[in-house]
Design a protein around this ligand. Structure first.
Ligand SMILES: Cc1cc2nc3c(=O)[nH]c(=O)nc-3n(C[C@H](O)[C@H](O)[C@H](O)COP(=O)(O)OP(=O)(O)OC[C@H]3O[C@@H](n4cnc5c(N)ncnc54)[C@H](O)[C@@H]3O)c2cc1C
Length: 473
């Protein structure tokens, strides 16, 4: 009980008692183990705090109540989905109210005529994908965390994924939102129609806002007809930069791969050590490519193979059936746990600093060379994986958390990669968001005028700064 904040303005009634008085009993949780479990997301080496209380609402009205009570008591609110975020965006601050949206997990509507779905924020990405497939429809954004991350979290981070090279990222699919504002009022944005341009595009403003402008309580997404099952290939390269150059050739040719992913040698070895998948650990890098164009897929893939070989691929293996294609994709999805495994193998307290740089595709080879040079200069292990077709790479920097010098060097490498990426015309985050990890880099990227406008938007929507404080800005 010592954690409970008591505010004299409410006659000694603390925020927790106030929440309990206004919400069903099971929604308001102060169990210390659960509070501890909700401290942070998946980002390593970023600050977190101990929540005062965890609220698990079941409806928009309950979210509005929790936000209103928190605002009355001046308690910060940190929204959380599945906490798979990789930038510390969902990390609690000491004494906050963590608002977990995971229990608002109903698919409210699938409308095949209008090709939309309406969902609560806690719906898991893969569950929505499976549900719309039954109607012959497709919700494309597919982050690597698709089996666990929520559509609310995906919307709040504007998540990307593997098929985004062909189909685009979350913002291309979110057409309407319901949002609980900082004072507890409920805002509806957007449309349910294929077209609509009424007023400022508030929907896009909330997509990628990382819980700092409002709590997303309902999402209307556009759907597409389901594509044909994809055929895929692996191209093996003698250097990462030749793999980057191949990406340029493939995209310049007018090809439309439904997946174009890069894994470097550090990842290939890490995945094989973690779970043997038959990957070529002697390669400097591989590209995974897929085509989902039905009867044309084999020919489309053959054209990609030719371009990969012309760019220097030493071997190209084509998956002969859907099972092999799925195995290739499964290997790619192991990248994150495999790198964690590698870090723990190297150091008892191994950790990863995750970068998320995106550059114009034409600068990919230069970025890859630069990352390798930076890693070598500082003697730090850096593995590179990423959505190469989008110019979006995740350099995973391995550090010894027990050694301050190792952590310092890791941050130095992180900063040098950021600097290089921005100098190449890139952005400090392609899809993970700014969170806590890249706040300084947002300032560099946006510049003083950009930051003034961003801060004005935050001040307009959250004047007391209680929504996810310290994140993004
Ligand atoms: C193995 C692995 C692979 C990944 N692969 C990808 C990938 O390919 N592409 C990609 O983009 N990301 C990827 N990620 C990162 C992460 O999964 C995404 O950022 C995802 O969108 C987060 O969803 P979540 O439900 O876990 O949200 P959280 O991590 O819980 O929250 C993320 C952010 O959204 C805010 N938020 C959550 N819900 C709401 C809401 N309802 N209203 C307002 N704000 C909210 C939080 O405050 C936080 O700022 C990966 C992560 C892992 C662990």
């Amino acid at each position: 009980m010592s954690q409970l904040r008591v505010d004299s303005r409410f006659g000694g009634v603390g925020v927790v008692d106030h929440l309990r008085a206004q919400l069903p009993a099971d929604r308001v949780i102060t169990d210390p183990d659960l509070l501890e479990n909700h401290r942070r997301d998946e980002a390593d080496l970023v600050a977190d705090g101990l929540p005062l209380v965890l609220v698990r609402p079941r409806s928009t009205a309950e979210v509005a109540t929790a936000v209103r009570v928190a605002a009355e008591h001046g308690v910060p609110v940190v929204p959380q989905g599945a906490r798979t975020g990789l930038a510390g965006g969902a990390n609690a601050v000491d004494g906050c109210l963590v608002l977990s949206l995971q229990r608002m997990d109903r698919i409210l509507k699938i409308d095949p005529v209008n090709r939309i779905a309406v969902v609560q924020p806690g719906v898991v990405n893969a569950d929505l994908g499976r549900a719309v497939r039954e109607h012959g429809l497709f919700y494309p954004p597919d982050p690597g965390s698709f089996e666990t991350s929520t559509i609310g979290g995906n919307t709040a981070t504007n998540a990307g994924g593997m098929c985004c090279v062909k189909y685009g990222v979350t913002t291309g699919y979110v057409i309407g939102l319901e949002v609980v504002l900082a004072d507890g009022e409920v805002l509806r944005t957007g449309r349910r129609t294929p077209k609509g341009v009424a007023g400022y595009d508030l929907t896009s403003l909330f997509v990628g806002s990382e819980g700092t402008l409002g709590i997303i309580t309902e999402i209307t997404v556009a759907l597409r007809p389901a594509p044909e099952p994809a055929l895929s290939l692996v191209a093996v390269f003698p250097t990462t930069a030749t793999a980057g150059a191949a990406v340029n050739e493939i995209m310049a040719s007018g090809a439309a791969p439904s997946l174009l992913e890069l894994l470097d040698d550090v990842h290939l070895r890490a995945i094989e050590a973690y779970r043997p998948m038959g990957l070529d650990t002697n390669a400097a890098a591989i590209l995974l490519a897929a085509a989902d164009t039905g009867a044309r897929a084999a020919a489309d893939l053959a054209a990609i193979e030719e371009l990969a070989r012309a760019s220097g691929a030493t071997e190209v293996y084509t998956a002969t059936d859907a099972e092999e294609a799925a195995a290739l994709l499964a290997a790619r999805r192991l990248a994150h746990p495999a790198m964690e495994h590698l870090a723990h193998g190297l150091y008892a307290q191994g950790g990863l600093i995750l970068d998320d740089i995106a550059v114009p595709r034409s600068a990919l080879a230069e970025l890859l060379d630069g990352i390798a040079a930076t890693a070598a200069k500082h003697g730090v292990v850096v593995g590179v994986v990423g959505h190469a077709g989008d110019g979006n790479l995740h350099p995973n920097i391995v550090v010894d958390r027990a050694d301050p010098e190792s952590v310092r060097k890791g941050h130095l490498v992180f900063d040098e990669i950021m600097e290089l990426g921005l100098s190449l015309g890139g952005t400090c985050t392609g899809e993970h968001g700014v969170g806590l990890l890249k706040r300084g880099w947002l300032e560099t990227e946006a510049g003083p005028v950009g930051m003034r406008v961003q801060r004005a938007i935050k001040a307009a929507l959250d004047p007391t700064g209680l929504l996810n404080p310290g994140k993004v800005l």
